[in-house]
Design a protein around this ligand. Structure first.
Ligand code: ASP
Ligand code: MG
Length: 473
């Protein structure tokens, strides 16, 4: 085996590890590529486990004991069944299978003790939720590490905490403290890598300086993968999911949509907002400075090398995709009192931030007498409530709400400094007789977004995909 193999951090999303069959295929593939790469494997929790653990956590305050116990047992059964199936097929070595049993049993017991404690308290806090939800990744790493070991690859299962990822204490949305993290992770992982052992790491979770478990928020395993890559100076990161890569449009809307070959970090960052292939929004930060290339790939269709994500200067100056988010709501606020009164926007956004409502799009006229915002439909009701309570009749005179709108975005470096793109976009839309409700373009000019009715989405996305020839990229 050549000792100068490149370092690859390879991450598997939960939907790609939903049972023993998946694990068998993945570990077979990993054992093959381990001849060419020094691997660090990052796993998300299996299948829907994170959702089930979150349900378990929220049931602590409201749920019946019976219901809580049922969810707990389902989670335990699911992982036990996976382990049994693996032992019937690929984990045939007695020692490996016994070690797996022991580790799983210990982890089930710890989960049981935690749940008993939380039932007594009838309480859910962000801190208890992070601890509870972290079990998903603990189970998946134990199973993956044992399966890979059975293929003849030496492995060590590690949690984010054991690997040395240190975060602040903002449970549910923590951030890594990179300096310390880098020192610890590079030391811990290099010890294994240098001995030819493959670390199999749980994504999504880490620990604060008091050793308490934290998480990065949903989809956080992507972020774990790039944090690790930055710490060990990896040569590449691959994020393995269900799709072949990032696409020029949602294939359900545009059947001829293509997988993108190469995009920049900034383009990928814009695209990560959209449903086609959601990626944790902070994923690109750790690899940006070092320019570590990232690939979005399929876990099953490994012949396709997916979408490569690299620094902007290595990417074509074109429009890459037309994305959309349906089911959004628009709030338009007006009032002469808003004009020339500094602090109005701060007050409005402060009001929305307090209950944790996030705003997707913002626009304000130069006259400053109106501000429009777009948010997810599910946040709309709450947003209108808090805005009316705090500002209606004072700063805001009128507040109009439009529900069931969609945000359509064109994304790509090609939007930057290209005269006439906006007119091409809006001509295309108006040729379809569709009314545009609101428009924004950030000054980075790689995302041009506008709002239309939900029911117009299909027509508009198809027309723009054709107008910009995205099939021929
Ligand atoms: N298991 C976590 C989640 O489902 C993290 C991840 O999948 O990346 O959100
Ligand atoms: Mg997941």
């Amino acid at each position: 085996m050549p000792s100068d193999r490149p370092r690859l951090v390879i991450k598997y999303g939960g939907s790609t590890i939903s049972g023993a069959d998946d694990i068998a295929k993945i570990t077979k593939y990993l054992s093959e590529i381990s001849h060419h790469y020094k691997l660090v494997v990052v796993c998300s929790a299996m299948g829907e486990t994170t959702n089930h653990l979150l349900k378990l956590s929220s049931s602590m305050e409201t749920g019946e004991r019976q219901e809580i116990i049922k969810i707990l047992h389902d989670i335990i059964d699911y992982h036990r069944t996976t382990s049994d199936n693996l032992k019937d097929t690929i984990i045939t070595d007695h020692t490996i299978s016994q070690n797996l049993d022991e580790s799983l049993d210990q982890t089930f017991d710890e989960l049981q003790v935690l749940v008993d404690g939380l039932i007594l308290l009838s309480e859910e806090t962000p801190r208890s939720r992070d601890y509870l939800v972290s079990f998903g990744e603990r189970f998946s790493t134990l199973l993956m590490a044992s399966a890979l070991q059975s293929m003849g690859v030496d492995t060590v299962p590690l949690s984010g905490k054991e690997a040395g990822i240190l975060t602040d204490s903002r449970f549910g949305k923590s951030k890594p403290l990179m300096d310390t993290t880098k020192l610890r992770v590079s030391k811990n992982l290099n010890e294994h890598i240098d001995k030819g052992v493959v670390p199999v790491l749980g994504g999504y979770t880490a620990a604060d300086q008091h050793g308490r478990i934290t998480t990065f928020g949903r989809g956080g395993s992507d972020y774990t993968a790039t944090i690790i890559a930055a710490c060990i100076d990896a040569d590449q990161v691959w994020l393995m999911g269900e799709m072949d890569g990032m696409m020029t449009a949602d294939p359900y809307i545009v059947p001829e949509a293509q997988t993108l070959q190469k995009i920049s970090y900034s383009e990928a960052r814009e695209m990560s907002m959209f449903g086609e292939r959601e990626i944790h929004p902070r994923t690109f930060e750790p690899v940006l400075d070092r320019g570590i290339p990232l690939r979005i790939r399929s876990a099953t269709n490994t012949k396709n090398s997916g979408t490569l994500i690299v620094p902007s200067h290595m990417v074509d100056n074109t429009i890459k995709c037309v994305s959309m988010i349906r089911d959004s709501g628009l709030i338009d606020m007006q009032g002469f009192g808003m004009a020339a009164s500094p602090g109005t926007a701060a007050a409005i956004f402060g009001t929305l931030a307090a209950p944790g409502i996030s705003v997707m799009m913002i626009s304000q006229n130069p006259s400053e007498s109106s501000i429009s915002i777009v948010l997810k439909n599910q946040d709309l009701h709450k947003a209108v409530n808090v805005l009316e309570m705090e500002h209606l009749g004072k700063k805001i005179k009128n507040l109009n709400v439009t529900t069931n709108v969609a945000v359509v975005s064109l994304i790509g470096l090609g939007l930057r400094g290209t005269v006439g793109t906006a007119s091409r976009v809006f001509n295309t839309v108006s040729n379809k007789d569709v009314n545009v409700i609101m428009i924004t373009q950030g000054s980075s000019e790689i995302n041009l977004s506008f709002v239309i009715k939900n029911s117009d989405v299909k027509t508009v996305v198809q027309a723009l995909h054709a107008e910009f020839h995205l099939t021929d990229l």
